[in-house]
Write a protein that binds this ligand. Structure first.
Ligand SMILES: [Zn+2]
Length: 99
């Protein structure tokens, strides 16, 4: 009963400005794949609320690089990238922001 675990995400102090904290936000991540620009909406990133420093979630990046890897499969894989995105639960209390 009292074991209710807080679902708050632990904040990480920014290593850059040392004044802000890194907060988890969902942004549109973009990367170049050859000469093609690949957009990944809803990509988790840790963003400093003071200096704006961005750090991408390690697992998400490795997941993405696996998907984008030439060895991962057919070249058509990137076309289905949006559909293979894992559903991310958004906090209902949080104002919707796609940035
Ligand atoms: Zn910072």
């Amino acid at each position: 009963m009292s074991e209710q675990h807080s679902h708050q995400i632990a904040v990480t102090p920014c290593g850059d400005c040392q004044a802000g904290v890194m907060r988890l936000q969902f942004i549109t991540y973009f990367t170049w794949l050859g000469d093609e620009l690949v957009l990944v909406p809803g990509f988790p990133a840790w963003i400093c609320d003071v200096c704006g420093r961005r750090e991408y979630d390690e697992r998400a990046v490795s997941w993405l690089s696996t998907l984008l890897s030439p060895n991962a499969g057919k070249s058509t894989m990137r076309r289905t990238l949006r559909r293979t995105l894992p559903k991310v639960k958004r906090e209902p209390s949080r104002p919707s922001s796609t940035e």
